[in-house]
Design a protein around this ligand. Structure first.
Ligand code: DGJ
Length: 733
């Protein structure tokens, strides 16, 4: 995991002159290049003048031409309000004397090689008049072609100043037209893909004042295609994802010169704060990538970066698990759970996760109205305690995991009785409930200590607990902190998230090996800020396989399959009320981190053998899905009501291919499709996995084809009715 801390920049302001990353002599201005293997972001600086953006895209050999372009001071590295800058502002301050103007000029540039793959570049800026200093910090991840960007502000004015807004990243782009892809949705339909042509004016994507659930309406991420709608495999695509679990704002503004200005970071509302002299304020990181091979390569860059830098244990395979929620909800006793574990072991699963409902005694957690906050095992439901259940799992050859929601409290709980001062609320007003619960004030260090202790205490219930599902089922309503002073109430938004991250840091430092799932009413908190402390996320409470094809398609544009929990459930078709075929449900879930979430005793006879076999098959292809490269082949949004995708191992020796027919039957009787991502020079044996009957739907089953043939001529699958599917495993021959 990456350190989110930073060095105090104090001594650096004494640099006598510029020390630039790359220098082109004799021009008065100099080039700063932030380069990855295949991309570069380039700025131009001269002493005492603003640092100006010049380029983001493919690498440029001859950088002198960049210096010859006009020296346009409006396209600065971090445009601050005042002077000539009035639009597309990334920083806005009210100085201690009330002045609204800030003019940032270059005060030096530092470049450090962090290791073989990472170079950090810090652009030091200072105000031309006031002792206000801003660092714009970039890290280039060479082999992943990712650049992260954030800003740090610090001042030595005599009195506090007010930060009105500070973005993580500002980038201008020039093209004839711009197409924005973003991920809109709601509970149960997260990450719907929307692509739109941007028109002159401003398009904003934001999570306004909900605070702690980033993905309730839109995810803090985007893709941008220049001059035409994004193609999967060709053309310039820029992608970004803000690593922040609070209010955010991403703005795309086309000005009168048809330049697109992207500004992204915490929403100004959440960033507004009083900054004391000598104190540092730091923005979250924006994770950026450029691809000249369409959306597909942009996703693969982000996935590679995430597995290596943005996810806990990103190099370790994920277990196939059974979660108790949809199979038992709150209604279980010890036997219900041990029966589920027996079945899980028999099916070949590797872990059992006990979800909500196991705690609370004075106020038992028998529904969502009581008990939250009282993290002691319920004596009636689990009389022999969690230790007994965890040992039972281990004796069956399973790992054991457990659910917590430590940021929240029910009104009906001992915790709410003991600590009313910890509850987020506006003074003197009723505290609105959402899912019958309130939020604990994580800006308060005492609450942070409580959450860390809760985590420790729950793990202390058994040394055999190795997985925690961390849920968070409400957002901020009627905000207010009894801990923060009256003049710092607006700090709540950022301090809550900083408090949450402090807690994550502490629990991760104490429990490095624990697997953690990020969950929030399904996928409502999905961002690279929280994800780096977790091993995976719960993608959606909607486990309907048809809906999941869309949800997983959108989610995996930005976040990788290894972290995408995808469970086979017993959810019925929304329109017909019929159960979707078990094969279809497995084939969809197997394209992510496979799990099950149902009452396993309801799967009997042939279905049981099918499930066992499918779980075995997943283990066969798990490393390709979890560590391979994703190729989207047919979008579920396209006409034809079909979808197809594949993962290809990094050495291109193996691939696993998935195809689905959706709700409406397709027009032809076969699904003809060309594969992607293979090595044209290699020969692959193609085996159908999970066939419904021995003859399967791929006539070439068991035969060998060249990668060239499979990608140019393609294959023909005998599927066309709704909810049919196929999985093919390709291995080099
Ligand atoms: C919401 C989660 O998304 C579900 O998976 C489940 O854990 C429930 N909360 C439990 O209350």
């Amino acid at each position: 995991m990456q350190d989110i801390g930073h060095k105090k920049p104090s001594s650096l302001w004494l640099l006598p002159s510029l020390c630039l990353a790359a220098t082109v002599p004799g021009q008065g201005a100099e080039v700063i290049e932030i380069a990855t293997n295949d991309s570069a972001m380039i700025f131009v600086a001269k002493p005492g003048a603003p640092v100006v953006f010049r380029h983001w895209g493919g690498k440029i050999d001859d950088k002198r031409a960049l210096l010859q372009k006009g020296y346009n001071e409006n396209l600065q590295v971090l445009p601050a309000f005042g002077g000539r800058n009035h639009a597309n502002i990334a920083l806005s301050l009210v100085h201690a004397d009330g002045s609204l103007t800030t003019e940032l000029i270059c005060a030096g540039v530092e470049t450090s090689v962090l290791d073989d793959n990472r170079v950090e570049t810090i652009v030091h800026l200072k105000d031309s008049l006031y002792p206000v200093f801003v660092d714009v910090r970039f890290t280039a991840y060479k082999s992943e072609n990712v650049i992260t960007q954030r800003a740090v502000i610090f001042h030595r004015e005599e009195k506090p100043l007010r930060v009105e807004s500070i973005a993580s990243s500002y980038i201008p782009l020039r093209a004839n037209s711009y197409y924005l892809t973003h991920f809109h949705g709601a509970w149960g339909r997260e990450m719907r893909v929307t692509e739109e042509k941007l028109t002159p004016g401003v398009k904003t994507i934001e999570e306004y004042r909900k605070g702690v659930q980033t993905t309730m309406s839109d995810n803090p991420s985007f893709m941008l295609s220049l001059n035409h709608p994004a193609d999967e495999d060709a053309g310039d695509v820029y992608a970004g994802a803000l690593a922040w679990s609070g209010n955010y704002k991403l703005t795309f503004a086309i000005d009168e010169r048809e330049i697109l200005h992207f500004t992204g970071g915490m929403s100004p509302f959440a960033a507004s704060r009083i900054l004391e002299p000598g104190k540092i304020m730091e923005t979250p990181e924006m994770v950026l990538t450029y691809s000249d091979r369409g959306r597909g390569q942009a996703s693969r860059n982000l996935h590679d970066w995430c597995r290596r830098y943005g996810l806990a244990h990103g190099d370790q395979p994920r277990a196939v698990l059974l979660n108790s929620w949809e199979g038992a909800y709150f209604k279980f006793d010890e036997k219900t759970l041990t029966d589920m574990m027996d079945a899980a072991a028999e099916l070949g699963l590797e872990m059992f996760v006990l979800d909500d409902g196991w705690f609370g005694n004075k106020y038992p957690r028998d529904n969502d109205k009581a008990g939250l906050g009282d993290w002691q095992a319920n004596k009636k439901k689990v009389p022999r305690g969690i230790g007994y259940l965890a040992d039972y799992a281990v004796a069956k050859g399973l790992r054991f995991g457990i659910w917590i929601e430590p940021e929240m409290v029910n009104a009906k709980s001992e915790l709410a009785e003991r600590h009313p001062e910890w509850i987020v609320k506006s003074p003197g007003r009723a505290i609105p409930e959402s899912r019958n619960q309130w939020l604990l004030d994580l800006s308060n260090p005492a609450v942070q200590d409580f959450v860390v202790k809760t985590f420790d205490d729950v793990l202390a219930l058994s040394p055999n607990i190795t997985y925690i599902k961390w849920d968070a089922n409400r957002h901020v309503l009627s905000p207010g902190s009894e801990y923060l002073p009256a003049d710092k109430q607006t700090h709540f938004w950022k301090d809550y998230v900083d408090g949450l991250y402090k807690v994550y840091e502490r629990v991760r430092a104490r429990h490095r090996r624990i697997t953690m799932q990020l969950c929030s009413s399904g996928g409502a908190r999905l961002d690279y800020g929280a994800l780096k402390y977790h091993d995976e996320f719960w993608t959606s409470d909607n486990t309907n396989a048809v809906d999941r094809i869309f949800i997983q398609y959108g989610t995996n544009m930005i976040y990788p399959a290894i972290a995408t929990a995808a469970h086979v459930s017993a959810t019925r078709n929304h329109q017909t009320g019929m159960m979707l075929p078990l094969k279809f449900r497995f084939d969809v879930a197997m394209s992510g981190r496979l799990g099950m979430e149902l009452q396993p005793k309801d799967i009997a006879g042939e279905e049981r053998s099918f499930a066992k076999n499918a779980i075995q098959n997943y283990k066969l292809v798990r490393s390709i899905v979890q560590f391979g490269d994703l190729y989207r082949i047919v979008s579920p949004y396209d006409e034809g009501a079909r979808a197809a995708l594949a993962y290809v191992s990094k050495d291109k020796k193996q691939s696993v291919f998935f195809a689905y027919t959706l709700q409406n039957s397709a027009r032809t009787s076969t699904f003809d499709v060309r594969l992607k991502g293979l090595d044209p020079a290699k020969n692959y044996k193609v085996a159908e996995l999970n066939p419904k009957n021995p003859s399967g739907v791929f006539p070439g089953n068991g035969n060998t084809f060249s990668g060239d043939y499979l990608m140019k001529a393609g294959i023909s699958l005998k599927i066309h009715r709704p909810h049919e599917s196929v999985v093919l495993h390709l291995t080099e021959k």
